[in-house]
Ligand binder design. Structure first.
Ligand code: 13P
Length: 250
């Protein structure tokens, strides 16, 4: 399967305000008109309507930071895939390490969320990654493979439709980026695992790197053979920085 364009996805996390969002999105629209890569903004749910309206007619896609595994019902605080669809959401991050850590999301829950997204035509961005303790104990491969295996187990038939994001937990928000070779090594492991699950589609699955990616280090990371884009936290909130990352991918 042919390679897709690279995907640069901003994860705003729990940041934003109506005024600041408008300024940021307008600057991105101006700076990223006709870019040769895919760009998504994963914004907090209360801002879906605002950002959907700002992005209308542009190449930039709207994304969510989470999605419910359930279609509807008594799940206080959750948002269903159908609700996301009503706002034109095209991508949903699932299994971000902050949700695994602070909300107790298991590999099985993450797989179910990916399934709910896929069933509704939303592309799940499935996050995997090891903690510092796990890396130091030599468990990186085992951890990321276990996390991805759960998603493949439930969604194997449509694995070509997912996006994977390798986000080493120790690199998130710390300014400690994985060295390009270090990231590439894990991406190659994930690619091989995808190949094993669906050989004809593995090359087409985008594997993003996330964790302190910024304007200065993006180009070198994105030049690695199996790094097909980025999932960017802090730097996605600053238009000039995010635009430089987009330029590095395009
Ligand atoms: P930072 O880019 O702020 O390290 O965050 C990465 C991340 O968690 C994106 O999902």
């Amino acid at each position: 399967m042919a390679k897709h364009a690279k995907l640069i996805a901003g994860n705003w996390k729990m940041n934003g305000a109506l005024g600041a969002n408008e300024t940021l999105v307008r600057a991105l629209l101006e700076g990223a008109a006709n870019v040769a890569c895919d760009v998504a903004l994963c914004v907090p749910a209360p801002y879906f309507a605002q950002v959907q309206s700002l992005l209308t007619g542009s190449q930039l896609a709207l994304g969510a930071q989470d999605i419910s595994a359930h279609p509807h019902g008594a799940f206080t605080g959750e948002q269903s895939a159908a609700m996301l669809k009503e706002f034109g959401v095209r991508y949903a991050i699932v299994g971000h390490s902050e949700r695994r850590q602070y909300h107790g999301e298991t590999d099985e829950a993450v797989a179910a969320k990916a399934a709910a997204a896929l069933a509704n035509g939303i592309t799940p961005i499935v996050c995997v990654g090891e903690t510092l303790a796990q890396r130091e104990a030599g468990q990186t491969e085992e951890v990321v493979k276990r996390q991805l295996a759960a998603v493949i187990h439930v969604n194997g038939h449509c694995i070509s439709e997912i996006v994977v994001a390798y986000e080493p937990v120790w690199a998130i928000g710390t300014g400690k980026t994985a060295a390009p070779g270090q990231a590439q090594a894990v991406h190659a492991v994930l690619r091989a695992q995808l190949h094993h699950a669906a050989s004809e589609h593995a090359a087409g699955v985008r594997i993003l790197y996330g964790g302190s990616m910024n304007a200065a280090n993006a180009a070198e990371l994105l030049a690695q053979a199996d790094i097909d884009g980025g999932l960017i936290g802090g730097a996605s909130l600053k238009a000039p920085d995010f635009l430089q990352i987009i330029a590095a991918a395009a």
